[in-house]
Every structure is written in C-alpha cells, then in structure tokens.
Design a protein around this ligand. Structure first.
Ligand code: HPA
Ligand code: ZN
Length: 340
C-alpha cells in the first residue's frame, strides 16, 4: 500500500452495508441468533466467494444476510464497516441498504434503519466521519413491492437522503421503476441508480432521462457510447465505479481493462468505491491500490479521483469546501500538480 493512497482523504459513495458482512461476523451473529449455517467455519464460507457474474454473487449475498435479525445486528454490521473506513482515512460515506431483503424475512424497517443510523451517529461523534443513507430497491422484484417499501419508509424519511436501485440488472431496466422514482422525487428524495454494470449503455441513458437520477452507480458501460460519454462529461454526472467488484464479477477480465483513465481524460466525474468489500476482497484503500497497480495511475490522477468524490457527494457546500481543501493539502504535501 502506498502512503499516498493510505493518507489520501477519501469519500465513499457506492457501498452496500449488507456487502460488508465479513465471514467472522456471519458466524458470530449466527451463534447469537441461534442460526445453523451450511458452512463449517469462516474459511469454508470465504472459499464460497467465487463468482462468475453478478447473479452468482447475489445468491451468496442474499444468503449471507439471513443472520441479520435485530437492531443490534445492524448496528454491529455498520460499526464494523465504519471502523475499517476510518482506518482507511475515509472522511464521508454514502451507504445503501436493501430493506426488501430484510422485510421479506420478517425483519422490520425500524431495526434496520435504527441500527444503521445509531452506528453512523456514533462515527460522526467519535471521528467526525459524516454520512448519508440511501434506501435501495431490488430491481428483480416488482414495481408494487418497491412502491410498498417507499410507503413503509415514510416514518424514517428524515434519516434517508436518497433512493437507489440494485440487484440483477439484465432484464430489469430502469423503465420498470419510472413511477416509483417519480413518487420518490415528489417526496424530495435524491435519486441514484445502478446502471451499466452488466447492462447496456442504454440503461444509463434511461436512468438519466426516465428516472432522472443525478448519479450513476457503476456506469462503466458508458465507455462504449461516445455521445453518452460527452453528455456525462458536460453535465459532470458522477459515476461511482467499483474496481475490485468489476474484477470479481467479471465485468472486466483484468484491472487494466477498467476505463478509469479514459473516463478521467474525457472529463467525466468518475469516483472509486468498494461496493461489497467483504465479498470482493477489499475496502477503499485496497480499491485505490488495485487500480493503481492495474493502471499505473499518477498521483495527480488519484488526487483527481478523490476530488471527484467530494464534488459528487451530498455534503453541504461548506463541508465540501473543507474536504476539498484537505485533498488539495494532501496533494501539496507530495508536490502533486493537477492537469489543468
Ligand atoms: N450490483 C447490483 N446489485 C448489488 C450490487 C451490485 O454491485 N451489490 C449489492 N447488490
Ligand atoms: Zn453496488
């Protein structure tokens, strides 16, 4: 790990809290909740983390979260993630949770939201680590299920900054959720959606034009569509790219194929994130490092990625200005000069 990366002040914008569930915590929570697992121990479970596409990951991801039952479980899960993020010099996080995956198991929304929020509040008080929470809909489920979830979230509205869309992308286009997003927009939610991970560039266009999202999660398929690239760059629409995720789920065959340098050169607001770090082999520093190793990015390019994340986040303008200053100060300490 280079010191430039570990000491770089970072912002994480694409993180599924259920994707931070490490095998050790799976076993601890299974024991606490009296659940019998199909795996003998932590290393046997970790050995099952071999994926060939998004769906093969999702099957393991939804199975793993069965151990999450109580408010304390959601607190412990979130706290463990925040401890790791703080160690990675992450200053601000915007995290997804998948309420439908818990409601379907009889776990009420209060346990989920209150457990997560209690940990987020503790991190803010203890370290000044700030956060936003994004409720994500499962796109393999129906529009009605998403609508019902939006309704169930009303008592928790003050804790939720935005809504997102995740799970199996192919065959579940953004258009399926046009009315859900229109409702959420009317309720003042900020809007993001996963698009162009396994799905085509047209899903990115539809997320922008039909769902009216302000940020695209993943979005790497944009590289195949020159007019879309120009539009993303011109409007500075952020892409939350996840290097180790794309590698593990075989969106790319090797890291050198990830189009981050091209996106930067085109002026797109590309950002680096960890997605589901317990499953994909690393948190924020590991993602920056894997990218640096695969693409031999310059320190100036890494600095630009960190600045993009601050630009793309939902902090207030003064908070953003303070973080931007911290990133520039880090660059100055290394004599890094940004491209004009
Ligand atoms: N893509 C789609 N669904 C997900 C992901 C992802 O990267 N992570 C958790 N659910
Ligand atoms: Zn994701």
């Amino acid at each position: 790990m280079t010191h430039f990366i570990s000491a770089l002040p970072k912002v994480e914008l694409h993180l599924h809290i259920e994707g931070t569930l490490e095998p050790e915590l799976v076993f601890a929570l299974a024991k606490r909740n009296g659940i019998t697992l199909n795996y003998l121990d932590e290393s046997a479970l970790r050995a099952a983390y071999q994926f060939h596409d998004l769906q093969s990951f999702l099957d393991v991801y939804y199975a793993g979260m069965q151990v999450l039952l109580t408010e304390q479980d959601f607190f412990d899960l979130t706290w463990a993630y925040l401890v790791r993020s703080h160690a990675d010099n992450v200053r601000h996080v915007e995290i997804f949770f998948d309420p439908q995956a818990h409601l379907a198991r009889g776990v009420p929304m209060t346990f989920v939201v209150e457990g997560i929020v209690r940990a987020l509040e503790q991190a803010r008080q203890q370290w000044g680590l700030t956060s936003r929470l994004i409720m994500s809909f499962l796109r393999h489920l129906t529009e009605e299920s998403a609508m019902e979830t939006l309704r169930l979230a009303e008592p928790f509205r003050s804790h939720l900054s935005g809504i997102g869309l995740d799970s199996a992308e192919k065959g579940n286009p953004p258009t399926k959720f046009a009315r859900v997003y229109a409702q959420a927009r009317a309720q003042g939610y900020r809007l993001v959606a996963h698009a162009g991970e396994e799905g085509p560039a047209s899903y990115i266009r539809d997320a922008l034009d039909i769902l009216q999202v302000e940020r695209i999660d993943h979005g790497v398929a944009a590289i195949t569509d020159a007019p879309l690239m120009a539009r993303l760059a011109q409007a500075r629409i952020p892409l939350t790219v996840c290097p180790l995720s794309n590698l593990k789920l075989k969106v790319i065959d090797q890291m050198s194929e990830l189009p981050v340098r091209q996106l930067l050169a085109a002026g797109v607001c590309v950002t680096i994130n960890s997605d589901d770090p317990a499953y994909f082999g690393g948190y924020m520093n590991a993602n920056y490092q894997a990218l640096q190793d695969g693409l031999t990015l310059s320190d100036a390019e890494l600095l630009q990625l960190a600045l993009n994340s601050v630009e793309a986040c939902w902090l207030s303008p003064p908070e953003k200005a303070r973080l931007t200053q911290a990133v520039y100060a880090h660059g100055d300490a290394y004599g890094v000069v940004l491209a004009p």
